[in-house]
Design a protein around this ligand. Structure first.
Ligand SMILES: O=C(O)CCC(=O)C(=O)O
Length: 342
């Protein structure tokens, strides 16, 4: 369905989100907005190896399955990847999740977070595009906090898949009103690593432990059960995917189980995902959840998310109000090199 700017969602879109836990909306972002996000991703990628938060999961996957190869993440230290390698190696059920690809080109699965804190263009799209209004409508939320942005880039001939997972247990929140907006910055199809969602899994009533994308192995600090073995039983699940182009967005519920293929093609598959939380969400320092890069200053379990870490992006005080210019790097106080607040 075409969401169109300011035209609202159709009943069909809302029903798809309610029933399937995922909806694809066409032509939501403008080419100017896509260019802003591409520029933000290029900046993040330029810092790979020098940033605290940027990782290459393709390289990490190779380091995990090779018993002697050391784990090398440059200056990125948000995650203890050496410990993760040991956890995966100790998991008897662990196995590589790689796409068949005869090419000997080197792939790259780039992951980074928190571009909004340093990049006014990303902030503009996250706060002032059509997305907050759409997210609020899908969640029937009175207000929305922006939780974070995450970048997922798969270069040509990236064999690493994204293991199926559910997002809730990665986040330090509890509540139901949270959506993830997956934003393709290149066309995504079966060859380039399309997103795959288990239809209706947001209603399974189960929270699953996080994994590190390169293996189904759960984070041991998480009290939640392991996500079912979807990769090993694809035919048993109702998997929905969408071929998308820049401007389209796919929105899933925080409980919807999803994964993605590798990129077997000669083309890039760049994407960002924005996470929005509605009014039933509370801060919860969930065991096993990812510590946010610099975030959550001063919040305690049970608090609403109101803080400089999680700006209120909906509702707008008046139509056409732009929130993003209100924020600049100095006001946010974000130290890029240290990936923390000054
Ligand atoms: O783009 C990918 O490969 C994974 C994205 C994802 O899991 C997400 O946005 O929640």
């Amino acid at each position: 369905m075409s969401a169109g700017r300011g035209r609202g969602l159709s009943a069909e879109d809302r029903d798809a989100f309610q029933q399937d836990g995922v909806v694809c909306l066409r032509n939501v972002l403008t080419s100017g907005e896509i260019e802003k996000l591409r520029a933000g991703v290029a900046q993040q990628m330029e810092r790979l190896g020098r940033s605290k938060t940027g990782y290459d999961f393709e390289a990490f996957g190779k380091q995990v399955w090779d018993p002697v190869r050391p784990v090398e993440t440059g200056t990125a230290n948000r995650f203890d990847m050496q410990a993760m390698k040991e956890i995966i190696q100790a998991d008897p059920a662990a196995c590589p999740l790689l796409e068949e690809d005869a090419s000997d080109s080197e792939g790259l699965f780039f992951y980074d977070v928190a571009a909004w804190k340093t990049d006014p263009g990303v902030r503009m799209v996250a706060f002032d595009s059509a997305l907050p209004g759409i997210a609020a409508e899908l969640l029937d939320a009175r207000y929305l906090n922006f939780w974070e942005d995450t970048t997922f880039v798969k270069a040509p001939h990236t064999r690493q898949k994204t293991a199926f997972h559910q997002d809730l247990a990665y986040f330090q929140i509890e509540g139901e009103q949270c959506v993830i907006v997956w934003i393709p910055l290149d066309a995504a199809d079966d060859g380039t690593g399309v997103m795959q969602y288990i239809r209706g899994s947001h209603r399974w009533g189960e929270t699953f432990a996080p994994n590190a994308f390169v293996s189904r192995t759960s984070f041991p600090s998480s009290p939640h059960p392991k996500c079912p073995d979807i990769e090993g039983n694809l035919a048993a699940y109702d998997i929905v995917s969408f071929q998308v182009k820049p401007g389209d967005v796919i929105i899933h519920h925080v409980m919807t189980v999803h994964g993605a293929g590798g990129n077997r093609s000669d083309l890039w598959r760049r994407a960002m995902s924005f996470r929005y939380c509605g009014d039933d969400v509370r801060y919860f320092d969930r065991p096993g959840a990812l510590k946010q890069a610099g975030g959550a200053a001063g919040l305690r379990d049970g608090d609403r998310l109101f803080s400089k870490d999680y700006p209120v992006v909906w509702p707008k005080p008046w139509p056409g109000f732009r929130l993003s210019p209100v924020y600049d790097a100095r006001q946010i106080g974000w130290d890029l090199e240290r990936a923390r607040y000054t």
